[in-house]
Design a protein around this ligand. Structure first.
Ligand SMILES: Nc1ncnc2c1ncn2[C@@H]1O[C@H](COP(=O)(O)OP(=O)(O)OP(=O)(O)O)[C@@H](O)[C@H]1O
Ligand SMILES: [Mg+2]
Length: 247
């Protein structure tokens, strides 16, 4: 069986993509699945959170052009059944390297080809924006997971992501969810009540704004690893179930 490829993506920055990618990886692994997380963001936050050194043999150039280069760059993380394809500084040139490559929007798909046989789940953490990197991720993915901050600007990203998916002529299933929800705010409560009914891609489950999630950086771990009974861990477990059903 080939792996299911899940891209965590938004046109908007700072909405919780990396947080979601790392926690979905942990939830899938805790069910006994073998997981590869490919950190496609030069910031390397997912690489760092999973305690992997950001070193890529041959840099991004090799990864985009070379045969089996992706395979060689895979590292074990500190967490059971989670491997990481780390980002390093050379990822700043990923956009340029992709642009210079043949079939520039399917390089990620090609790089993943040998890896799909080896994992049950492959998760792509993407940088924000509508870039060639994003187009590559969307083309390679079976499911796109979109964290939405409950605000008018946050909701615009749903429209934008729909349109980027269309432009990439990708056939992915879009799974959106409300993220960083603060139940003390009336606008957030209204968003919870109205948005899932108004948009078929948005589920009822949400991830609340929580200090438990904020502490991922201190622990350098997914929430399930240090706060397994927290509401946040449960929210990511439920999100994983939704994503699994969609794939
Ligand atoms: N549910 C949450 N509760 C509290 N803080 C959160 C939550 N989700 C994310 N954050 C915090 O918000 C910040 C941005 O999250 P994250 O890095 O996951 O976003 P991103 O979309 O990957 O950002 P970028 O676009 O820069 O890649 C981080 O400091 C993270 O700890
Ligand atoms: Mg990120």
């Amino acid at each position: 069986m080939a792996a299911t490829v899940i891209a965590v993506y938004s046109t908007k920055g700072g909405v919780g993509k990396t947080t979601t990618a790392v926690n979905l990886a942990w939830q899938a692994a805790s069910e006994g699945r073998s997981v590869l997380l490919w950190d496609l963001d030069p910031q390397g936050a997912a690489t760092w959170l999973l305690q992997v050194k950001p070193h890529l043999r041959g840099g991004v150039e090799a990864l985009v052009r070379g045969k089996n280069a992706a395979h060689k760059a895979v590292r074990e993380s500190e967490f059971d059944r989670i491997d990481v394809l780390p980002a390093d500084e050379s990822y700043r040139d990923l956009e340029i390297a992709l642009d210079a490559a043949k079939k520039s929007s399917s390089r990620v798909t090609e790089a993943l080809r040998p890896l799909r046989k080896e994992y049950d789940v492959i998760i792509l953490d993407t940088p924000p924006g509508a870039s060639l990197v994003a187009e590559n991720a969307l083309r390679a993915a079976d499911v796109v997971v979109l964290p939405l901050v409950p605000s008018p600007l946050g909701l615009r990203s749903l429209e934008q992501v729909r349109s980027v998916i269309k432009d990439a002529s990708s056939r992915v299933t879009l799974v959106a969810f409300l993220s960083q929800v603060d139940r003390r705010k009336r606008a957030h409560i209204e968003a919870l009540e109205q948005l899932p009914a108004a948009h078929k891609e948005i589920g009822d489950g949400y991830v609340g704004a929580s200090v438990v999630v904020e502490r991922m950086g201190e622990h350098r771990a997914p929430v399930g690893a240090y706060a397994p009974t927290s509401d946040s861990a449960k929210a990511f477990a439920n999100l994983w179930k939704r994503v699994r059903r969609a794939s």
